[in-house]
Design a protein around this ligand. Structure first.
Ligand SMILES: C[S@@+](CC[C@H](N)C(=O)[O-])C[C@H]1O[C@@H](n2cnc3c(N)ncnc32)[C@H](O)[C@@H]1O
Length: 214
């Protein structure tokens, strides 16, 4: 019923999170979205932006995905439905309220192909020793990438979690121009022999960075 009504009027439910503030689950045009006060987190423009990035990646060689920032899990839906990716995904999310929303509102569950871990992405990257073929970094609090993910120490650890031919897809900012910090990350990746593609104003807003081993 909510889906049908949403073609005429958006229907919104609000949930408070200690980490992300007021979260909104909105039925709009027959589809459920997850938003914060100022940003779409999942199943709206964010999903289209990450899909644009995934279209630039050869997924047939990808046997494991690490997703930093689960949100409502829309990129998992994109991987499964649009790219028919059936293999394992590990998803790291700091906010337990968001994990509950992903499970209750967007039907994501831990199973053999999906492991959801409630943890800080920086701590996970520092402590975990596994490697992954594709790492998707989609870490925001409202409209901002938390500053530790724009610092080189995070990237040093991240490169150790990537398999030798692995690929990095970084949803880097909502800003229209490259920040000084983002330019430093791009230089750092290039100096570690990565081919780096920078896509600006994807969907008119975000900057996406894709790094592939040379
Ligand atoms: C834009 S949403 C992710 C959307 C998701 N990738 C999707 O496809 O639907 C950003 C997420 O990053 C999470 N996040 C922010 N800081 C984090 C951190 N330090 N560690 C882990 N997750 C974090 C937020 O709680 C939020 O759920």
């Amino acid at each position: 019923m909510a889906r049908l009504i949403s073609y005429f009027y958006p229907i919104t439910k609000k949930i408070e999170s200690d980490i992300n503030g007021t979260l909104e689950i909105t039925w709009y045009n027959g589809k459920k979205h997850l938003n914060t006060k100022n940003a779409n987190y999942s199943y709206g423009s964010l999903q289209r932006i990450l899909k644009f990035g995934l279209e630039k990646i050869e997924l047939s060689n990808v046997n494991s995905v690490l997703l930093l920032g689960l949100g409502g899990g829309s990129v998992i839906q994109t991987l499964r439905k649009d790219f028919n990716y059936k293999k394992h995904i590990t998803a790291i999310e700091i906010d337990p309220t968001i994990i509950n929303i992903a499970e209750d509102e967007f039907q994501l569950q831990n199973n053999q192909q999906l492991e959801i871990i409630c943890a800080d992405a920086l701590q996970y990257i520092e402590e975990n020793k596994s490697t992954f073929n594709l790492i998707i970094i989609d870490l925001f609090i409202d409209t901002q990438v938390p500053k530790q993910f724009l610092e080189i120490p995070f990237w040093k650890h991240l490169l150790q979690r990537k398999s030798p031919n692995g690929i990095i897809l970084f949803n880097a900012s909502l800003e229209k121009s490259l920040s000084h910090k983002l330019e430093s990350i791009i230089s750092y990746l290039k100096s570690h022999i990565y081919m780096v593609e920078v896509h600006e104003k994807v969907n008119n807003t975000n900057t996406l960075v894709i790094a592939k081993s040379l």
